[in-house]
Design a protein around this ligand. Structure first.
Ligand SMILES: Cc1cc2nc3c(=O)[nH]c(=O)nc-3n(C[C@H](O)[C@H](O)[C@H](O)COP(=O)(O)OP(=O)(O)OC[C@H]3O[C@@H](n4cnc5c(N)ncnc54)[C@H](O)[C@@H]3O)c2cc1C
Ligand code: SF4
Length: 338
């Protein structure tokens, strides 16, 4: 048992003051990832700063026609919000593909962005892991790496980012609002998460003394032609082997705009703008989708057990784009249990 302190933040400024004063402290929101990491002795915060009472639990309209989602909005509330369901069903669908109803009830928007990899070596403190203990080595590269990355890897880490919600947020061009000692800043989603490079212990570009206050969605929601396709070992309560967020704007059979982001394949939600540009102006056909899949996977590399992911991703991209184009999304629409 590691001793740790506990304090409740009274407002955002107080939360920033507290985290800036103690580099060993961590915010706690839903606790669904952090508490597990503490139980496994992977995270050893000196203090938990409880942010659950901050007024960051609203979804509000923005002036440019988008929505601002407070960092403490639970994943369930977000997925079932009528504005999200109607205007950003891709996001609803991605959230409902993740975890379980109970977890989604607890998990917060901010915490989902900052959840850590599910690489089993990261959680096993008896094995080397550069992300947990920089410089100790990577057990996955030569080890069991079925769940691991095929894009954007480094010789230091081949972990994947496990979130579903973040794949949709990447495709939708969301922005992350963060507040630190120098005030508030807005981070484009594509720049929020990092590739491992030679510092795999750092997952994101959020500074240690910043708090996420909100995520902003732009007006364009791709509500007609979208699909979130998640391929996993079980139909529920399992992380993605490969997931695809596809969103299209189609006019007269031609693609006017395309968004394509992948989960389960890289250290961050993987968005490929070259492949999107290639789709733009192309006919909405299987051939175009297959060419886009080839473009996304041109630099993919397997590590043995996860070689199958390259072909799986290729097929998943074609299927998700086909479903999006047909307006028949692969959605998680089970609303029976809230
Ligand atoms: C068994 C299981 C299965 C799961 N399956 C899936 C899945 O299939 N797909 C999926 O996407 N997710 C899945 N999850 C992950 C789940 O979605 C995350 O654990 C959850 O979103 C984290 O949110 P939280 O509020 O509980 O974060 P916490 O555990 O409270 O915090 C996580 C991290 O974020 C930091 N933090 C939290 N809020 C803020 C903030 N506002 N500003 C700055 N830092 C902050 C904390 O300090 C901590 O480091 C699963 C989790 C479990 C336990
Ligand atoms: S893949 Fe990354 S998280 Fe997994 S063992 Fe290697 S360094 Fe650690």
């Amino acid at each position: 048992m590691n001793n740790f302190g506990y304090a409740r933040a009274s407002d955002v400024a107080d939360a920033v003051r507290q985290i800036a004063a103690d580099p060993g402290a961590k915010f706690i929101a839903g606790g669904t990832n952090l508490i597990d990491l503490m139980k496994e002795n992977v995270a050893r915060p000196s203090r938990l700063i409880d942010i659950t009472h901050l007024p960051l639990n609203k979804i509000e309209e923005t002036q440019d026609g988008g929505l601002r989602i407070g960092a403490l909005v639970p994943n369930s509330d977000l997925a079932y919000d009528p504005r999200i369901e109607a205007r950003y069903p891709l996001l609803s669908s991605a959230i409902l593909a993740g975890a379980s109803q109970q977890l989604r009830n607890m998990a917060s928007t901010g915490g989902n962005l900052l959840q850590r990899t599910r690489c089993f070596y990261f959680y096993d403190t008896t094995t080397p892991c550069n992300k947990r203990e920089p410089g100790s080595g990577c057990s996955a590269i030569e080890g069991i790496n079925r769940m691991h990355a095929i894009l954007g890897t480094s010789e230091h880490c081949i972990a994947t980012h496990p979130s579903d919600m973040c794949v949709a947020l990447a495709a939708l061009d969301a922005r992350v609002l963060a507040t630190g000692p120098d005030g508030e800043r807005s981070i484009p989603f594509a720049e929020f998460h990092r590739l491992p490079g030679d510092r795999p212990e750092i997952d994101t570009n959020l500074r240690a003394d910043e708090i996420i206050t909100a995520v902003e969605l732009p007006a364009q929601g791709f509500a007609t032609n979208y699909s979130y396709l998640k391929i996993r070992d079980r139909l529920s309560y399992a992380f993605a082997l490969v997931s695809v967020a596809a969103a299209l704007e189609i006019e007269g059979g031609s693609i006017k705009e395309a968004r394509l982001a992948l989960g389960g394949v890289a250290h961050k939600p993987w968005r490929d703008r070259d492949a999107e540009a290639q789709l733009s102006g192309a006919p909405a056909t299987r051939d175009s989708f297959a060419r886009a899949a080839d473009a996304v996977l041109r630099a993919a590399r397997g590590f043995g057990h996860n070689d199958f992911k390259i072909e799986l991703a290729r097929r998943a991209i074609v299927r998700a784009l086909t479903q999006a184009a047909a307006g028949t999304p692969q959605s998680q629409t089970d609303k029976r249990i809230r």
